[in-house]
Each structure stands twice: as structure tokens, then as C-alpha cells.
Design a protein around this ligand. Structure first.
Ligand code: G3P
Ligand code: CA
Length: 253
């Protein structure tokens, strides 16, 4: 198998992937949560990317802006200028009032300036041209060496691979595929990223993926008891809402 730097060396710490930034300490998918994740010691920060009505990639988890902003409606029905007006921090805590829904470009700028790497989930509905736009943002920012792309949608990963074969890819899964290794080979994955519930249906998949040179990261795990079990089971990394706590746990091992 080819060299995969996302495989955890024997005795090495679990890789921390900060889910939506440090989303237990700051409003998810904002500059504040990315900064909090970086300060918590997370090497990798997960953000979700969707596309506005006028084709601008922006960082937001939900299909609508209702839960995490003071606006309403599907993000796909709003222009980037409209999205830029929204408050994405007050819902979390008054101290975060004025946080914005970041454009992908702004998040890349922030990481480039302050440090940190981006686990970018391509979320929701995309066309080939909206995926092209996302890949172009990464390339224009010269961030290819510091971005990892993941998605539940294999087609998006195929497009990314065709456009930017240098980007490492992860497939997200709520449930395990019948043959995860075959899919990993077909999509040329660097990582296969199942839910913790999915992994528990077939823990042997860790060894199978590793034998094929594919890393495995588990989401979304915030419980130290599970970090311990998963570390012993040999997974490579944890996608967590609690990156500071996982960093502390890693340090105490
Ligand atoms: O990174 C895994 C996780 O982000 C997938 O679920 O809904 O939080 O995007 P979700
Ligand atoms: Ca996500």
C-alpha cells in the first residue's frame, strides 16, 4: 500500500479532528470556533461547506440558516451578500454576537494566517460546478497541503479527485458499506470515516482498512471512555466536539 501519513504509528496519540471547530466552546463553523479549536491544540479543524444561491461556498452545517443564525430559510435560497448579514454567534452565547457565517475563502485565509489544517466536509446538494468552485478556492489559497476533503457523497469525492488528485479524501458513513475496503480502493481514499455506532457493528473493519493502507477516523465522540476503547482498538483519529478535552486526555496517556 502507498504511504499514508494519516495512519497512526504504534504508541502515537489519537489524531484530533475538531468537529465544526471547537463547537463545545464556541458557535460551530465560525471563525471563533476555528480559533478556539486551534488554541485547544487541534491540528485539524472540521468545517462543513455549502453553496449560496449565487454560487459562493460558505461554511454552514444545516440546510437552513434557522438554527445557527438570526435568519431563516435554506442557505441555497440566499445570496452571499444576504448570508453575510446574518449573526451566527448570538444563538450560542451573547459573547459571540457578531460572528458571521464565514465564506470558505475567509476560513482558508484565517487558517493560512493563524495556523491549522482544514477537514472540509462537502455537505448538501452540489453540482460539478459548485465542487469546482470549492476546489478552486483551496488551490487559489495554496492550501492543498493543509486541506483534507470528506463527504457522505462518493460522487463529490470523485469530482475532487479528478480536479485535484493531491487532496486526501475521506468517505463519511452513518452505516458501514458491505465492503469498505473495496470502496476505499475504488475512490482512492486516504480515510474511511464511520460513525461510532457503525464501527461497533464490525470492529474488525479497523484491521481490514489498515491492511489496505487506509486510515479510519470515528465521529462524533466526546466521551473519554470511548476515546480509550477506540485508542485500544487502533483507530487513527477522533472527530470530536471536545478537542481541548481530547488533547488533555492524549497528554495524560
Ligand atoms: O465529521 C463527521 C461529521 O461531521 C458528520 O456529521 O452531521 O456533523 O456533518 P455532521
Ligand atoms: Ca460535518
Amino acid at each position: 500500500p502507498r504511504t499514508n501519513s494519516f495512519l497512526r504509528a504504534p504508541g502515537a496519540q489519537l489524531r484530533i479532528w475538531a468537529h465544526r471547530g471547537n463547537s463545545s466552546a464556541a458557535p460551530e463553523n465560525t471563525a471563533a470556533s476555528d480559533e478556539a479549536a486551534r488554541r485547544a491544540g487541534a491540528e485539524w479543524i472540521e468545517n462543513d461547506v455549502r453553496t449560496t444561491k449565487d454560487g459562493v461556498p460558505v461554511v454552514m452545517h444545516d440546510e437552513t440558516v434557522d438554527r445557527t443564525t438570526d435568519g431563516t430559510g435554506p442557505i441555497q435560497s440566499l445570496t452571499a451578500a444576504q448570508v453575510a448579514q446574518l449573526d451566527a454567534g448570538s444563538w450560542f452565547a451573547p459573547a459571540f454576537a457578531g460572528q458571521r457565517v464565514p465564506t470558505l475563502a475567509a476560513q482558508l485565509d484565517g487558517l493560512k494566517t493563524r495556523g491549522g489544517n482544514l477537514l472540509l466536509e462537502i455537505k448538501g446538494q452540489h453540482t460539478r460546478s459548485s465542487v469546482v468552485r470549492i476546489v478552486q478556492e483551496i488551490q487559489v489559497h495554496r492550501m492543498s497541503g493543509r486541506v483534507f476533503v470528506q463527504s457522505f457523497e462518493p460522487q463529490y469525492l470523485r469530482w475532487v479527485h479528478e480536479l485535484a488528485p493531491e487532496l486526501p479524501l475521506g468517505l463519511l458513513r452513518f452505516e458501514l458499506d458491505p465492503d469498505p475496503v473495496a470502496i476505499a480502493k475504488d475512490l482512492e481514499l486516504t480515510a474511511y470515516n464511520p460513525s461510532d455506532a457503525a464501527l461497533q457493528t464490525r470492529p474488525g473493519i479497523i484491521r481490514e482498512l489498515h491492511a489496505a493502507g487506509v486510515a479510519i477516523n470515528i465521529w462524533t465522540v466526546d466521551d473519554a471512555g470511548r476515546w480509550d476503547a477506540l485508542e485500544r482498538a487502533g483507530v487513527d483519529g477522533i472527530i470530536t466536539n471536545c478537542p481541548a478535552e481530547l488533547a488533555g486526555w492524549n497528554a495524560g496517556r
